[in-house]
Structures are given as structure tokens and as C-alpha cells.
Design a protein around this ligand. Structure first.
Ligand code: ADP
Ligand code: MG
Length: 235
């Protein structure tokens, strides 16, 4: 996947100021940076949920914004879970597939696999209100998994969880990446999450990339004070 000189303005305010990034298939890429630096906006542009002002996102040779949403092979997981309160866990996970016309036995098969991976089998008939925050986020992740996307986008998926659940859910996401071998782009403002999950970290600041590199590379050789403050070893 290639992000080619992506710029995004809201009115007069330029939020993304020319983002260039290559993401390899199967890579776990973490976008890290302070609140308001443009992480969510960049994720939404990658997903095709938001048009860029200029530049483009190319996946398998095709411009995302020119590909119909159902054919993009992208699934997104949000901080707030975004589950339907009136639907059971099972139906929350299966709804997208049902709407896409996937046959019921195939939906059941995929829910079986995803709920086993995420330890959700005991909760399939419950509704979101009957679940803990961690369980709800696992349902939201499961809903992404059943779609069998090539690219997962996570927008601060652990932010609403308490510390213990954050660690558990983080480990589950890492395990999911190893098992599915899908490409994952993960947004966080937490350096521990970035350091432990990433193959490649992209440090963003005010709509620009400050540095791209592996966790140890950024830790040992931060390009500037900003990166050092976020990731680097104390000087
Ligand atoms: P982050 O996810 O890094 O916290 P965002 O991408 O959400 O940052 O936001 C980056 C900047 O763009 C912020 O200043 C935010 O207020 C602004 N912004 C985001 N979405 C919109 C929008 N739909 N309209 C106007 N401004 C927006
Ligand atoms: Mg955000």
C-alpha cells in the first residue's frame, strides 16, 4: 500500500501536510503522535471514509477513493466500539456480511472462528449492554475479523479500557496479527503500545511525518527532540 503526498484541509486549516508512506503486506504499522496531530484523519483517508484534498492512497494498484467500499478489503475498529445496542454479539459480528449477501452458513463459520480467536463464545447471545468494555472491544474486533479484510485499521482501540484490560487486549491484537498475517495500521498516542506492537512506527506531528522506523531504531536514534520526547531513550 502506498500513501502518496496526501494532504487534507478542513476549510482553511491544513490538517495533513503531505504524507508519504509505503506499507508492506502483512506489516504492523503504528501511527503515534499527540492529540490533534491528524492521526484519525489520516486513518479515515486511508479507509476512504474521507477524501483527501490532494494526493492519493493506492492499495493493490487501485486508488482507494475510486474503489467501492465493499471491495476495499478494509475493516476499521474504533475507540468507541460502535456496536448496535439492540443486536446480540453474534448479530453485531455478522451484520455486515449479511448485508453483503454472504450465505448464512458462511457467516456462521466465520463467527465461529473469530469468536474462538477472541474468546467470545460464551457471549454470542448477549447484547452490548451486558458486556464489559473489554468484551465490547473484542466484539468490535471480531466484527472486523469476520469480514476477512486485507487491511485492519485501529483507531486508539484501547483508550477506553482500564490498564489491565489494555495489556490483555493489546496482546490479543498482536496474536491476531500473527495468526491472520493481515496488514494492520494502528493509531495510538501511547508509546508503550507503539513500541510493543509495531514492525514500523510512524511519528506524526502537526500533520507531518517526523520519522519512520522500527521501534529500536527510533528509540536509539530519534531524528529530533520531538521523536526523542515520544519514543527515544532519555538523554
Ligand atoms: P488525532 O486523531 O491525531 O487526535 P484528528 O485527525 O482527529 O487528530 O484531528 C486533527 C485536526 O483536524 C484537529 O485539529 C481537529 O480539530 C481537526 N479536524 C478533524 N476532523 C475535522 C472535521 N471534520 N472538520 C474540521 N476539523 C476537523
Ligand atoms: Mg484521533
Amino acid at each position: 500500500m502506498n500513501i502518496e503526498n496526501v494532504k487534507k484541509a478542513f476549510g482553511p486549516v491544513e490538517v495533513l501536510k503531505g504524507i508519504n508512506l509505503e506499507v508492506n503486506d502483512g506489516e504492523f504499522v503504528v501511527f503515534v503522535g499527540p492529540s490533534g496531530c491528524g492521526k484519525s484523519t489520516l486513518l479515515r483517508v486511508i479507509a476512504g471514509l474521507e477524501d483527501s484534498t490532494s494526493g492519493r492512497v493506492v492499495i493493490d494498484g487501485a486508488d482507494v477513493s475510486a474503489t467501492p467500499p465493499a471491495k476495499r478489503g478494509i475493516a476499521m475498529v474504533f475507540q468507541t466500539y460502535a456496536l448496535y445496542p439492540h443486536l446480540t454479539v453474534k448479530n453485531n459480528m455478522g451484520l455486515g456480511l449479511k448485508q453483503a449477501g454472504t450465505p448464512t452458513p458462511e457467516i456462521e463459520r466465520r463467527i465461529g472462528i473469530a469468536s474462538s480467536m477472541l474468546s467470545l463464545e460464551p457471549y454470542l447471545e448477549r447484547r452490548p449492554a451486558e458486556l464489559s468494555g473489554g468484551q465490547r472491544q473484542r466484539v468490535a474486533i471480531g466484527r472486523a475479523v469476520v469480514r476477512e479484510p486485507k487491511l485492519f485499521l485501529f483507531d486508539e482501540p484501547l483508550s477506553n479500557l482500564d490498564a489491565a484490560l489494555r495489556v490483555n487486549t493489546r496482546l490479543e491484537i498482536a496474536q491476531l496479527h500473527r495468526r491472520l498475517k493481515a496488514t494492520m495500521i494502528y493509531v495510538t498516542h501511547d508509546q508503550v503500545e507503539a513500541m510493543t506492537l509495531a514492525d514500523k512506527i510512524v511519528v506524526l506531528n502537526a500533520g507531518k511525518i517526523e520519522q519512520i522506523g522500527g521501534p529500536m531504531e527510533l528509540y536509539n536514534s530519534p531524528a529530533n527532540e520531538f521523536v526523542a520526547g515520544f519514543i527515544g531513550s532519555p538523554k
